[in-house]
Design a protein around this ligand. Structure first.
Ligand SMILES: [Zn+2]
Length: 81
């Protein structure tokens, strides 16, 4: 077992692209904080109006204001739940 390999402390940036950097176009759920997948149904809340949609249907959502939730995470005043 080799124990002499130094662990990178995160300061190496040679030729590596960090795809997990914040400010990415990834959409995060305002409830659980997890990334919302492109094809996952989501709820976009803007100006007090909740609207079910998905990033596949509206790619520009990643750059829009408002809040985004997983469909399962959003607990709006829906009478059906
Ligand atoms: Zn969520």
């Amino acid at each position: 077992m080799f124990a002499g390999t130094p662990m990178p402390d995160g300061s190496s940036d040679m030729g590596r692209v960090d795809r997990q950097s914040p400010g990415d176009d990834q959409l995060r759920c305002s409830s659980c904080g997890d990334v919302i997948g492109v094809y996952e149904p989501l709820v976009h809340v803007l100006g007090g109006v909740a609207r079910p949609t998905s990033r596949a249907a509206e790619p520009e959502l990643a750059y829009s204001s408002g809040q985004h939730f997983h469909l399962d995470c959003y607990e709006g005043p829906g009478p059906d739940r």
